[in-house]
Design a protein around this ligand. Structure first.
Ligand SMILES: [Fe+2]
Ligand SMILES: [Fe+2]
Length: 170
């Protein structure tokens, strides 16, 4: 393997990394929607699944704008986040309420990962003068931030509901 010396190569590598991550999330989000009992949370995951499919499309367009074939790079970062999720579900067997709470945090971890990836990519795309990539990536970043906000809102609501229920049961 030759040494990587150019920002453009790093940019393409990172683009491939997030493409891989988005593809993994296309598989993980339907599972998360199924695991959720709270209708709002479930609908949120289902909506984000649709958005995520669109994000994969935009990433392919970004590769096309660079005149390069879309190439996914294995991303152990997102694999770890998903693995942690699956392990918790298997080992802890959470109640419906605890599972919903868990999903808000597990979903937020993925969004933070994506937000960090897109923010870095946008900075690089700007410096490289890749305007079309900047626009496409900004659109993805906007959806991730919006998703994180709804997950945080759901976490606040579900935490309060759970605390109230536990108090009443005590
Ligand atoms: Fe995404
Ligand atoms: Fe996302």
């Amino acid at each position: 393997m030759p040494e990587m010396t150019e920002a453009r190569e790093l940019f393409m590598h990172e683009l491939g990394d997030i493409l891989y991550a988005e593809n993994m999330l296309v598989k993980a989000l339907p599972k998360m929607a199924k695991e959720a009992s709270d209708p709002e949370l479930r609908d949120g995951f289902t909506q984000h699944l649709k958005e995520t499919r669109g994000q994969v499309q935009r990433l392919k367009e970004a590769f096309a704008a660079l005149g390069e074939p879309a190439k996914a790079e294995q991303c152990p970062g997102i694999e770890g986040i998903i693995e942690e999720h699956d392990e918790f579900m298997e080992e802890e067997k959470p109640s419906a309420e605890v599972c919903d709470l868990f999903l808000t945090g597990s979903g937020a971890r993925a969004e933070h990962y994506e937000i960090a990836a897109y923010s870095g990519l946008i900075t690089m795309a700007r410096a490289l003068g890749e305007r079309e990539c900047v626009d496409l990536l900004n659109e993805n970043l906007r959806e991730e931030k919006e998703t994180l906000r709804s997950l945080e809102k759901a976490a606040r609501r579900l935490s309060k509901e759970q605390a109230r229920a536990e108090k009443a049961a005590a």
